[in-house]
Design a protein around this ligand. Structure first.
Ligand SMILES: Cc1cc2nc3c(=O)[nH]c(=O)nc-3n(C[C@H](O)[C@H](O)[C@H](O)COP(=O)(O)OP(=O)(O)OC[C@H]3O[C@@H](n4cnc5c(N)ncnc54)[C@H](O)[C@@H]3O)c2cc1C
Length: 358
């Protein structure tokens, strides 16, 4: 039984395909056509299942107004969620999967070792439960660890003249004290422009600030908005325990979204592949995931800053991103830095962390 049928469930179902049990059900509140498209950007070192759907790819980026830098060995890419999910869900059509449209309320372990998923449309029994429904207990983010939200607005815009450098992404351009902008150009006259803020709650949709930002950067151009989206991504840590050994957390609920960045889709794909491999080998599946040391510690510190004052994460990121090469900042997001490489990053972050603890 899959509780939640979004990205992680779709990827894992495709991984389980060669060893799928006789009966599988997916319980999901919304049908795929009701889920509006959102844009997912991601950094990767190697190939991902998303690359074939990319509408943009960048190998150079600049932080705010600084000079563009190569970001090798990373690539930044952009996909639309619906472009990724629709063909993957279609590929599952020939499998014996029951798609149940309902909202799960709770997951209970039975005395025979199986599980009951209680929903607003009835109760379903299952031997295994793969759970990506963050609000179902045990909830994500775990209330026992610090938790915050990354929220922002995304606009697809078209300019009436060439204004963007299509080969260069702009990252971390401050909009105000608590939010910053990304510009991902799709051509010289089209871009995805996004705002992002860390804090204890979402800031709400705000197109006006992004349009003001664009007009200030390109005063001679007129912009048309062709698409708008708003999202609040919960940041925090996975619940340490599940209802039982065959209740397996997946996706964001497994703690795969980096709390200090909000990126998660590449790790969700990598973990789906790993869980699929363990399943096919009939090896035990770890029900939850512990944040690895020292990343969990650093992420918890970052989330605490966001809760205390939404200006602090920005002050910290600004110091770090100006102090070390961009490719190293990306290494932090990917948790690919050695302790030696972490040292200058921690030195640049220290004044903000120390100010907070005073
Ligand atoms: C606007 C926006 C922009 C984003 N941009 C990026 C980005 O650029 N890069 C990036 O890495 N990530 C981004 N994300 C985050 C990314 O979408 C998530 O990390 C990813 O979708 C998590 O996958 P998942 O399967 O865990 O959750 P989801 O894909 O959200 O799937 C969970 C599913 O469970 C269903 N569900 C929830 N509760 C219940 C219930 N009680 N009963 C039944 N069904 C339930 C939901 O309807 C949903 O379909 C963005 C998110 C938003 C909203």
């Amino acid at each position: 039984m899959f509780v939640g049928g979004g990205l992680a469930a779709t990827l894992l179902l495709n991984e389980l395909r060669p060893a799928l049990p006789r009966r599988v059900a997916v319980l999901e509140t919304w049908s795929p056509s009701e889920r509006p498209p959102v844009h997912w950007s991601y950094w990767s070192l190697g190939a991902t299942p998303y690359d074939g759907f990319a509408i943009g790819a960048w190998r150079r980026a600049r932080v705010a107004d600084a000079r563009p830098e190569p970001i090798a060995p990373y690539a930044l890419q952009l996909v639309r969620s619906t472009d990724v999910l629709a063909p993957m869900i279609e590929a599952l059509r020939d499998l014996p999967i029951e798609w149940l449209r309902a909202t799960a309320r709770s997951i209970v372990r039975r005395s025979d070792g199986g599980y009951e998923v209680v929903s607003d449309a009835g109760t379903v029994r299952a031997r295994w439960v793969f759970d990506s429904a963050c609000e179902v207990v045990p909830a994500f983010p775990s209330p026992r660890r610090p938790r915050a939200v990354l929220s922002g607005t995304g606009l697809r815009v078209e300019a009436d003249q060439p204004v963007f450098d299509a080969g260069v992404a702009t990252l971390f351009d401050p909009l105000d004290e608590r939010s910053f902008a990304y510009v991902l150009p799709l051509s010289s006259a089209e871009a995805l422009v996004e705002s992002a803020s860390f804090g204890s709650t979402g800031v709400g949709e705000d197109r006006a600030t992004l349009l003001r930002y664009l007009r200030a950067k390109h005063p001679k151009a007129n912009f048309t908005v062709t698409h708008s989206e708003y999202g609040a991504i919960p940041l925090g840590f996975a619940p340490p325990r599940t209802v039982g050994p065959r209740h397996v957390l997946i996706g964001a609920k497994r703690g795969l979204v980096k709390p200090s960045a909000g990126y998660g889709v590449v790790r969700i794909a990598q973990e789906s592949e790993r869980l699929g491999r363990l399943w096919r080998q009939q090896s035990p599946l770890p029900p939850s995931r512990r944040a690895p040391w020292p990343w969990g510690l650093l992420d918890a510190g970052f989330v605490r800053l966001a809760i205390q004052d939404p200006r602090l994460p920005l002050a910290l990121l600004s110091r770090v991103m100006h102090a070390i090469p961009l490719a190293q900042s990306l290494g932090f997001i990917e948790e690919q830095l050695s302790v030696r490489q972490l040292a200058p990053l921690l030195r640049s972050a220290a004044p903000i962390m120390l100010r907070k603890s005073r």
